[in-house]
Design a protein around this ligand. Sequence first.
Ligand code: NDP
Length: 600
Amino acid sequence: MSRYEKPQSFYDDVKRKFAEERDARLAYRPEGTAQFTSDLDGKLNQYAIDPFAGDVKAREPINDEVEVLFIGGGFSALLTSARLREKGLESIQIVERGGDVGGTWYWNRYPGVACDVVSYDYLPLLDEMDYMPDKQYARGPEIYSHCQAIARKYDLYGIAVFNTTVTSTVWNKDEQLWHLKTDRGDHMRAQFVICANGTLSKPKLSKISGMETFAGHSFHSSRWDYDYTGKHLENLHDKVVGIIGTGASAVQVVPELGKTARELFVFQRTPSSIDIREDGPTDPAWASSLAPGWQAKRREEAIAMSELPLVQRVLAGKVPTAAGQADDDWAKEQAKITMMSREEKIRAQENANIDYMMGIHRRIDSIVKDKATAEALKPWYMFMCKRPCFHNDYLPTFNLPNVHLIDTHGKGVTLITPEGPTFGGVDYKLDLLIYATGFEVQKTGTYNQIIGQGGLDINDKYSSGIRTLFGIHSLGYPNLFVMGGYQASFQFNLTDMLQSQGDHIAECINYVRNNRYRAIEPTEAAEESWVQEVIRYRGKTSWNEDCTPGYYNFEGESNRRQDGNYNGTFRSYVQHMRMARERMEDNFSFTKADRARKSS
Ligand code: NDP
């Protein structure tokens, strides 16, 4: 019987199991997102400290004024400032918490770090930089170097202020300027502020009882301590290591730790779905055949592809699959789908998704030798409920004699003693404990205090629901642009999304300058219409409620429909921005340049 001829009862049983697994997790953690903390103060401050900063030199506080100021120096800032530079804008400043540009790729230097998105799509500005990645999937150091190269090419190092965190951003109506304070006593002023502080940038920890008492060494995956582990993890040969979390970071770290640690304990709450990574060197013949503009063309295709449902994207090979590549059976199945009613279509999509996940299960069985471990590694949720992972060495690592999966059956680690985590009556005595417990999600724009027109804190404005135009502009916050926040599209290839936002922001700033305006903000009507558009698309499915808890669905919290991403297609997100720019005077209000009083 082919997988398309399974009785519907098979799929119904799997869906029931999905629901049981989800419900168990929701019952363990009814507090939702409050189970985590990213307020890393006091004893938890060690998890926030930058291990890569080196000796940060004392400097005089900066007191200056620029046209455009970026909070954050990752891809958002690099891509947008490159566009602004191309438009001739010189007066830019980048204020960055870390010691260099790169954002995610500055912080995440754990062994094995790489990107799951094909490098020719993920690494931006390849045409402009005349750069071709070596491999299909780029490793972290290559991406970090690419960020540095962009900063050099667009002359951004001279305008970057590193090791500095913005603490407040306050709008001065009379001067039509933003006033920013930092943790280094700076007082900066800027006409335009771009919140470019990252979608997944602030490390968070699971609130585990006793975690402050652990007497061994510990750090967060995004603050890797190579002084302790050694550059090639050579110091771990005589160490017992534990890692909490099995998300995308852990999936890349675990194979490296498995090779080097004396003993490795992997504390799992929910397994990730692990598919094959079809990596390989870049084909030089293909690379040399590319005409100028090739990457922009690829991006256009990616935008068009976003219109297709998931299964069709899998068919087109845009999502790698262990469940089998596109085959005739599946293609025929797809042809049938077009003739179906809405309910039949939903069921067919669900069944195809379950088939895919069963392929993920079969792959585990074929690789992991110990039956109990193989069972424990099987994810029981729909594909894309959690961030899918792609790795060829993760599953085989569990065949190594020194590697032990500690499956907590959805409960998670809830107690840590001075010796290490305790679970199921066993005390795990560790030398090193690594937290791969993730990051705050898409709170970009709201970390530091942002005070707009009438003294309104943006968090107070959002307390009755996020209100933006495109997730970028918000009424009452003139000349403020947020990148990678909620109410924007969310793409697996994040740089596509950030580039489209950066292009839009650069066009808006250009429009203000060319028309001798001073400030731009969305009209109430434009903002309201976008909020309704976000609500309309988020109301279409029960996906969020049906999925196992994770950061994709706010850990199962029922949230307002407007407080999330725009779920229309990426293509329509880009089109909406384009259309708004075609009618700037209708969608935005502007302040004339002569309204601003000189700042002192
Ligand atoms: P995630 O938020 O994805 O994963 C956190 C992990 O910690 C989950 O497995 C979670 O379990 C687990 N966890 C939390 N609390 C406990 C506990 N008390 N006991 C046991 N386990 C616990 O963080 P990551 O850093 O892995 O990834 C964040 C994102 O960064 C990715 O989703 C991806 O977008 C990006 N990234 C991309 C990479 C790539 O391109 N390959 C690589 C790395 C990161 P549960 O699932 O039950 O909540």
